[in-house]
Ligand binder design. Structure first.
Ligand SMILES: [Zn+2]
Length: 188
């Protein structure tokens, strides 16, 4: 759990201004910012007419178990930043797990495949507690910067990794999220 997910860099700042001309976001014409936003629209609302048992709202708790991967993703290999990532597995996840257990609250933990390979016992423990362990990329790469071919290759890679390791319990909803994201590239 390394805390913050840095926002992705904006999409193609140079495109509308002509060859080689870089524009700042405040200079972008409509034809630049609109497609960037439309590309990531959430789609139709899935909110039900009423929540079960008369509840006024629903709350989903999810955690990113990024650990060392935010550091590795940027090509950083020095001990300082990597040790910050290890804090997530040594201290943060156990504390969160204990808190959730104490209150009987199920949650989702989004886990890069590299984290699952580094800390299989952590994932086993979370699954045993009834939490959802959901895939969160390969090494916390920035999906918006991947080509479709690279993203598909990574999907195949981590599905192959998970299928070869039964201890990595990944529930269907996580796979659905990932597959639906991949389909976005096909305009479906
Ligand atoms: Zn993350």
């Amino acid at each position: 759990m390394t805390g913050t997910d840095k926002p992705d860099a904006p999409g193609d700042p140079g495109a509308p201004g002509g060859p080689g001309e870089l524009l700042e976001p405040w200079q972008w014409p409509d034809s630049t910012w609109r497609p960037i936003v439309e590309h990531v629209r959430a789609g139709r609302s899935l909110k039900p007419d009423a929540w079960p048992n008369g509840a006024r709202c629903a709350v989903a708790l999810s955690f990113d178990s990024d650990h060392e991967t935010s550091t590795l993703r940027d090509g950083e290999t020095s001990p300082g930043p990597l040790s910050q990532g290890q804090y997530g597995s040594r201290v943060a996840v156990p504390r969160i797990r204990a808190l959730l257990q104490r209150h009987g609250i199920p949650a989702s933990f989004f886990v890069p495949a590299v984290v699952a390979l580094l800390y299989p016992d952590e994932q086993r423990g979370l699954a045993a507690d009834g939490h959802e362990v959901a895939l969160h990329g390969w090494i916390h790469e920035r999906n918006s910067q991947l080509s479709e071919a690279d993203e598909r290759a990574l999907l195949q890679k981590f599905f192959g990794t998970v299928n070869a390791r039964p201890y990595l319990t990944v529930k269907n909803s996580a796979k659905i999220i990932i597959i639906r994201k991949a389909k976005l590239h096909n305009g479906r």
